[in-house]
Design a protein around this ligand. Sequence first.
Ligand SMILES: [Zn+2]
Length: 135
Amino acid sequence: MSQLLRIKCPSCGTVVDVAASGTCSKCGNALVLPEDGVIQIYRMGSPLGIAVGMGIYVNENPLGHLANADSIRIPVPYGHYKVHMTHGGNRKCVDAEFDITPQERIVYLKAHLKMGIITNTVVIEKVTADQMPPL
Ligand SMILES: [Zn+2]
């Protein structure tokens, strides 16, 4: 489990995991984390495709990968979000769509692979905090 926060550097576009605001490890420019809310995503453990990282897309923006049975927190400003995830070359996904608001500042998502006859589908479900593993 990771306590780190994932953010895309606004200067160079590198996706980095950081503990707090600071500087980008690649370009050295300032990284200021949004403090309104957090999208927390947990990828449920599965023996299927275990070595393949799931690609994370927030409002179409790629935000790196998530390993099997791992979790990540993405700090965001208030707004409307759609989270899409891919598995290897497979882009089939049941997306999660939600709002980050002052009333709901942390959104918890669980992702798992659903087996299909031809292709598998990534299913992202919005859950409550007690359904998430501890960080
Ligand atoms: Zn950078």
